[in-house]
Design a protein around this ligand. Sequence first.
Ligand SMILES: Nc1ncnc2c1ncn2[C@@H]1O[C@H](COP(=O)(O)OP(=O)(O)O)[C@@H](O)[C@H]1O
Ligand SMILES: [Mg+2]
Length: 321
Amino acid sequence: MGEPMTSELAALGAEATRGHRDYGAGALIVCDRLVRIYTAEGIEVQALQGLDLLIGEGELTALVGASGSGKSTLMNILAGLDTPTAGSVRVAGHDLAALNARQRLAYRRGTVGFIWQQTSRNLLPYLTAAQNAEVPMRLAGVSRRDRRARALELLDVLGVAHCAARRPDQMSGGEQQRAAIATAIANRPKVLLADEPTGELDSATAASVFSALETANTALGVTVLVVTHDPAVSTMVRRVIAIRDGRTSTETLHHVDSRGRHAVEYAVLDRAGRLQLPREMTEPLGMRDRVRLEAEPDHIGVWPDRPRAGTPGDEAGDADQ
Ligand SMILES: Nc1ncnc2c1ncn2[C@@H]1O[C@H](COP(=O)(O)OP(=O)(O)O)[C@@H](O)[C@H]1O
Ligand SMILES: [Mg+2]
């Protein structure tokens, strides 16, 4: 008697597995229910709590979120410097949880480049900007002549050609970060990760660093993921993803059309159908604990759970306001 039931379950199981494997097919960065739990002095901190994220090749995306929301934890995992407690993460086809030490090193040298907030962490202090940009290529075995030429070309494209022969202590913070971008993309990585690269800079300098990230994206074709606190930066980016409590919560897409530039806000709908509504929207309406839903042909209405004026179906109770 179990026969048909069993095969049906097996088919369902196969279906679920297939759905799971296909998640993010075609995306360059795929985070699937990422969890990262830190244990420090017996206390557990859930820095990432089932984070889903898809980034396509060639995108420039900003990540925003309150301090402690898990942004750096995510960046460190994508950089191959840390591994998730659970969930899976794939970058350019590499399953980051499955890399051995040698593959991990190759991944960090060849597939991703990164820039940190602390300018001092990005460049070697005793080398010039050009020498810094040559280091990754030297490790990759590029000939002296080729790496010299590429280093100078990158510094030029990123607007810091005049710093080629300067050491970091002879450069401004913004110049150091732009030289750091040249260094990070010297080996033509697929992805450039920047964790608050403008955090230590004033806003004018921040704009120049940001435009260097844009250049890396548009002129050199690198997919860029940048964590930023700077509201000015986040409005310059087409896609801004907000992280809240270790999960992606909302997304803002900036569209440009004949009427100009405008922002459209989206919420992330995960594969279980979970939707997180932004507090700025729910609080003014007194929405909490549960909300009332109404399916419409082309949208879903969400209302506060208040006693309704009429019965379902009559005018007062049905009013769309
Ligand atoms: N190495 C660590 N050990 C313990 N807790 C950590 C560690 N790194 C980060 N955390 C905690 O994880 C949470 C997320 O941190 P983080 O990813 O740095 O957030 P963000 O970059 O968004 O400010 C915070 O509560 C932080 O205190
Ligand atoms: Mg951080």
